[in-house]
Design a protein around this ligand. Sequence first.
Ligand code: SF4
Length: 166
Amino acid sequence: MASKLTNKKETRPTAVVAVTKLSAKDKAWWKDGVQFECQGSGKCCVSHDQYGFVYLTESDRVNMAKLLKLKLTDFEVQYCEVTDGFYHLKEIKDPKCMFLKDKRCTVYEARPTQCRTWPFWPEVMNAKTWKKEVAAFCPGIGKGRVWSAVEIQTILDEQAMSENES
Ligand code: SF4
């Protein structure tokens, strides 16, 4: 699961650049892998601090529309907004995602890429941000199995690619 990506300043980080800019130092702390298992807290589905929108690639929108049995255009009108050329879920007054009910994602099978790739996002995979922002609020950090560096890199690349789509 995941909500948030990018910041409320409405500018989207170019994650592909972020990936290539990850220094050896940034990667060093996860070279032996990272322990993580989703605890179902739903915390990552609530906007917090600088993290805001749930962005949607075209594939994400197609998959969600299909799950909700809607035409793509109807899904986009009902659930999406476009900011700076990028589609994202509409933000309502409640900071939690509109698809989060009782701490569960009601579109889990078709959840967006950024939700599937959490917490392995290019912009948080440096030791400082991980400890200060990710480990501080996500109860899944340090739990469950170890994700290898190869697995993490694969997820980082998928997330980076998605951040360049709209
Ligand atoms: S789509 Fe699902 S996983 Fe993604 S933020 Fe919303 S409730 Fe969470």
